[in-house]
Design a protein around this ligand. Structure first.
Ligand SMILES: [Fe+2]
Length: 189
């Protein structure tokens, strides 16, 4: 059983790190609305990470080993030698396409991993199963958002001017969500 908690907590922490990378990725491309969207998911999943960790420690009175994976580095190493002013329109177009593809791959992997853990633990630990159900629902919502964004970008042929014009609205939308949906009291165990 302990291995299942370890798996779940590690996957959630890797997700936090994934969103942190995406936050910086879009900031570098000058797409601050997309960056704020990932900041929201970063904080929201940090909340989830702390909730599950807190649940485990309180239930078993034990610490748990969490070793994050390092393969969540999604920023291309070549980007480190450039500055934001070197970014061309073609980099933005390809960056958005790649960013969405990586996000979808990541969340599909998370969905699969959490479902597998849920099936294994839900009978033995119903409460943890309920926690996992909520996380699975969140991931499904993320996948829906990604698919909608992909459809919109395909329909507009990755129109960078349109993308740029949407950023201000997205910053407001996600900052509002950060303010209202994130429980900052859960940021530490
Ligand atoms: Fe996520």
């Amino acid at each position: 059983m302990e291995g299942q908690y370890e798996k779940a907590i590690t996957r959630i922490l890797d997700g936090v790190m994934f969103h942190e990378q995406m936050m910086l990725y879009y900031n570098f491309l000058g797409l601050n609305g997309y960056s704020t969207c990932h900041k929201y998911h970063y904080l929201s999943e940090l909340n989830s990470y702390n909730s599950v960790l807190e649940y485990y420690i309180n239930k078993y009175n034990k610490l748990i080993i969490v070793k994050p994976n390092t393969d969540t580095d999604i920023i291309p190493s070549s980007w480190y030698k450039f500055t934001k002013s070197d970014v061309e329109v073609s980099n933005i177009r390809s960056g958005v396409k790649t960013g969405l593809t990586k996000w979808l791959e990541w969340e599909n992997g998370t969905l699969e991993a959490l479902k597998e853990i849920y099936v294994t633990v839900c009978k033995e630990d119903v409460t943890f199963g309920v926690l996992l159900q909520a996380l699975i629902y969140d991931v499904e919502c993320e996948i829906k958002t990604i698919n909608e964004n992909m459809m919109k970008d395909k329909a507009t042929d990755y129109d960078v001017i349109l993308m740029m014009s949407e950023q201000e609205g997205l910053i407001k939308k996600y900052n509002k969500k950060i303010k209202h949906d994130i429980d900052f009291t859960k940021m530490g165990v």
